[in-house]
Design a protein around this ligand. Structure first.
Ligand code: KIV
Ligand code: ZN
Length: 553
């Protein structure tokens, strides 16, 4: 479409030139309210069954939500029965309030309050359409009529809840869609409802300001929230609550800026399930806070298990690149990222867990949310030498000398390229073994004995198999490796020199062995690395030498 301006109008923001929110930061957790069982559930192709809702409810309690919207009990018998089950079977922890949604209609309000009989703590969430399109197109009501409807509803909620004093009640009111409603009118309706409920600093009302459909940039949302908070006649009588959706993909940003603008409470769902593009993703906002050093007061330590439960119960999937929870978010494919992560991790291992988190490309330590380092680096043809070395070290305990990384990285990269796919750690190890470890062709080390001949002199007797024959040879040198080189000089190793050597212990299963790495250069200046593995560290070194020479052959 060439002229979108012919069809679409820009969002009209509230006028607030002296806004203060840009200078504020989020310094503490808000009051969280999960709407998974209501807003999230009503957006599912197959809504959760009662046992599934119950399982989700228990998980939400375990995570630490103290306010949970459990449904719309006046809308269906199933929702009513679920509410009753929670209360009658005493399944709601003492510090958790169940919240239920209802329209401002008498019979629905009566049924709703009835559904909550016997609850310890409950929130009745009343909502009324206040934005012009809903008022005029959907309901055909004037501003005054909508206000009257909301006030009548609030009075009835008050009357009915007063009659059930065994419950600690709170009322929530949502002018829907707040962000598309004239600001002064939304405020007027909220003030009138608060008055009807008898709101005060001791009897707070929750004023939930829905961003039912995102229409503007997140800063316009923040302006609206700050404007509202500043213009409320009594800020203390209200808990200002955010309820964002994600139509423009900025639900998280709108919520964060809304908190900076003065809101106290946030409604949302796990992983952002909800109508259309979803509700606010509570997990992302909470872990964003966590990454800034602020305790979100939600237990997301075991995020993979939370995700698994969510996927099973909602039949939705979490995208691979979903913040924090996606399969690929702690994975680096590019070589430069892998190198940087390896260096960051190595430095952290030296500094210890007490040091501040500062690993390039990783916003948080995956371990903190139950994810593992193993998944951080995966190898494909774009991966660098550092990534391959990291996998061999982290997964298999092979700590390759730095100078060996390019040769190994290149070979594994070519293999990934040839296969046209990402390699698993096992495939990397297999390819490394095949091309570098204990190589026996064209020459195999069959036997090796050495005798010290005095200071810095060793004599060796060695058997090698080459070209189908076993040769017995002798040589001398300043150590076993050197002695072997000399023994093989007349058999094709003339001019060979050992450029580098290192070894370390290797634990695999119950057997402990050693790994050695040797770099050999031939008389033409060509160099190659080899690796030897053996229970005997001296033999590991000799096998590394033969492997390196075999790679040059
Ligand atoms: O998105 C919305 O406006 C709602 C209200 C009922 C709060 O879900
Ligand atoms: Zn909603």
């Amino acid at each position: 479409m060439r002229q979108p301006g012919d069809k679409y109008r820009p969002f009209k923001a509230v006028r607030l030139t002296d806004r203060t929110w840009p200078d504020r930061a989020i310094a503490r957790a808000p009051r969280w309210c999960s709407v998974d069982l209501r807003d999230g559930n009503q957006a599912l192709a197959v809504p959760m069954s009662v046992p599934e809702k119950l399982e989700m409810f228990k998980e939400l309690c375990r995570i630490g939500f103290k306010e949970i919207e459990i449904g719309f009990p006046s809308a269906s018998d199933t929702e009513f029965a679920f509410t009753r089950q929670l209360i009658e079977q005493d399944l709601v922890p003492a510090d958790v309030a169940v919240q239920v949604l209802v329209q401002a209609r008498e019979h629905l309000i009566r049924r709703t309050v009835e559904s909550l009989k016997g609850a310890r703590r409950a929130i009745v969430h009343l909502y009324t359409p206040t934005n012009p399109a809903q008022r005029e197109i959907v309901f055909g009501l004037s501003k005054a009529e909508v206000l009257e409807m909301a006030v009548r509803g609030a009075r009835l909620v008050r009357e009915l809840t007063d009659a059930q004093p065994e419950t600690a009640w709170q009322m929530e009111f949502s002018p829907e869609t707040f962000v598309l409603t004239e600001a002064d009118y939304a405020l007027e309706v909220c003030e009138a409802v608060a008055k009807a409920w008898g709101a005060s600093a001791k009897r707070k009302i929750i004023l939930n300001l829905p961003l039912t459909v995102e229409a503007g940039t997140p800063n316009t949302h923040a302006d609206q929230i700050e404007w509202f908070c500043r213009n409320l006649s009594d800020r203390d009588m209200a808990v200002v609550s955010l309820h964002t959706h994600n139509d423009r993909g900025t639900g998280v940003a709108a919520t964060e800026l809304g908190l900076m603008a003065g809101a106290d409470r946030v409604e949302g769902t796990l992983f952002g399930n909800g109508e259309r593009t979803g509700n606010l993703d509570v997990v992302t906002v909470a872990l964003n806070m966590f990454s800034q050093g602020v305790d979100p007061k939600l237990d997301l330590d075991g995020l993979p298990a939370v995700r698994a439960l969510y996927e099973r119960l909602t039949r939705m999937t979490v995208h691979e690149r979903h913040p924090y929870a996606g399969d690929l978010v702690f994975t680096a494919f590019s070589g430069s990222h892998q190198d940087a992560i390896k260096k960051g991790m190595d430095r952290r291992a030296k500094q210890g867990d007490g040091a501040a988190w500062d690993v390039p490309y990783l916003t948080i330590d995956p371990k903190d949310i139950g994810r593992s380092y193993e998944a951080i680096i995966r190898i494909n043809s774009q991966s660098g030498k550092g990534g391959v070395a990291y996998v061999l070290d982290r997964e298999f305990g092979y700590d390759l000398p730095k100078l060996m990384h390019p040769e190994v990285g290149q070979l594994i990269g070519q293999h990934a390229d040839k296969l046209g796919k990402e390699l698993s750690p096992a495939e990397i190890m297999e390819h490394f073994r095949k091309h570098f470890v204990n190589l026996v062709s064209p020459m195999e080390l069959v036997e090796f004995d050495s005798d010290p001949m005095g200071k810095d002199l060793v004599a060796c007797r060695v058997q090698v198999r080459t070209g189908g024959k076993v040769l017995t040879l002798r040589g001398e040198g300043n150590g076993p490796i050197n002695a072997l080189v000399h023994a093989l000089e007349p058999h094709g190793w003339a001019g060979y020199s050992v450029k580098d050597y290192r070894s370390h212990a290797l634990s695999s299963g119950s057997e402990s062995s050693a790994a050695a790495y040797v770099c050999v250069q031939d008389k033409r200046g060509r160099a190659a690395w080899g690796c030897g593995v053996d229970a005997n560290i001296e033999l590991a070194g000799l096998k590394a030498l033969v492997s390196a020479a075999n790679r040059l052959a």
